[in-house]
Design a protein around this ligand. Structure first.
Ligand code: SAM
Length: 300
């Protein structure tokens, strides 16, 4: 997977040389290049921002600098597009030469079956965009080329994603949570780690990404984990985990996952497909106050 990151602080991404992502780069699984957006400026101050049109506090990242950079990295020629700047921010903008961008929802629905694609995906972190989820990470792990653009200041000119969508580029904007960071660098690191750990060969033990929180079609929060010693400072691990009875251990963990998800993320329980639940799952959910006779569980 080729990963380009554009930022005014490219040094920030030296951290990606550490740990498993560093090893993945050494193994040639991923190739990460951090670019300095200021390399595409032409003025003595290397300025990438300007005052907001319409007034207001702060500065906004200029489209001209971004487009010179992105055109080069995406191998596109500059052009003029016909876009409605009042259209929904995440609408696929129209242009004469534009291929309609593939629907993110469509791809996400088939995340596990999406073949690797050479079509680059341009991603802008943005606190006012849809939340980045494990499903997005899974889907993006099938792309061969990801290009991230890190916003700073009050953010980037809204026409940048609109223009590249109109050019037929698969453009995504994602928030990593309901809070505001100073820049997109942290958000890109978060997304990158979530995406690259799903690449075949990335994890030492591939099984460790199969049964995790938010993962799979009937996603739950994961059960609690313990290691040795069995008795630590007076707190014992549950006896069943020491029983050696794998079926009982699995059931205990599954019930724990269901109970924990019920308490912390009932929205995930509501999204479960009842036809994929076994008899014991149904019994546990009913004991937790859910009706499981329909397509999805409903709170009683
Ligand atoms: N004025 C923007 C707003 O109120 O929505 C906030 C801009 S923020 C200070 C600057 C940049 O940080 C954004 O353009 C984005 O790239 C990044 N950023 C900040 N918070 C983020 C979040 N929760 N998720 C993703 N990116 C974020």
């Amino acid at each position: 997977m080729k990963i380009d990151i554009v930022s005014v602080f490219p040094e920030y991404f030296e951290v990606l040389n550490l740990s498993l992502l560093g090893k993945a780069q050494e193994k040639g699984l991923v190739e990460v290049t951090a670019h300095n957006l200021r390399d595409w400026t032409h003025d003595v101050h290397h300025s990438v921002d300007d005052t907001p049109v319409g007034g207001g506090a702060g500065m906004v990242m200029k489209p001209e600098v971004w487009s010179e950079c992105l055109d080069e990295l995406l191998h596109l020629e500059p052009t003029t597009v016909t876009c409605d700047s009042t259209a929904d921010a995440d609408d696929t903008a129209s242009a004469d030469a534009a291929e309609p961008a593939e629907s993110a929802t469509e791809i996400a629905a088939n995340a596990d079956t999406v073949p690797a694609t050479d079509r680059p995906v341009l991603i802008f972190p943005n606190p006012s965009a849809p939340l980045f989820t494990q499903q997005d990470a899974t889907e993006l792990s099938h792309a061969n080329h990801l290009l991230f653009g890190c916003g700073r200041y009050e953010g980037y000119d809204a026409r940048i994603p609109q223009y590249y969508r109109a050019q037929g580029v698969d453009v995504r904007e994602y928030s990593i949570g309901d809070y505001v960071l100073n820049g997109g660098e942290v958000a890109v690191s978060v997304m990158l780690e979530a995406i690259t750990r799903l690449l075949p060969g990335f994890m030492g033990n591939a099984a460790s990404i199969v049964e995790e929180s938010y993962t799979g079609e009937n996603a739950l929060l994961e059960h609690r984990q313990y290691t040795k010693p069995a008795d630590w400072r007076g707190i014992k691990v549950p006896d069943v985990l020491l029983s050696g009875d794998h079926a009982k251990v699995d059931r205990f963990r599954r019930d724990e996952a269901l109970a924990k998800t019920n308490k912390l993320r009932p929205d995930l329980i509501e999204a479960l497909d009842c036809s994929k639940l076994d008899k014991a799952d149904r019994k546990t959910l009913m004991a937790l106050g859910w009706e499981v006779s329909g397509t999805h569980p409903r709170q009683r």
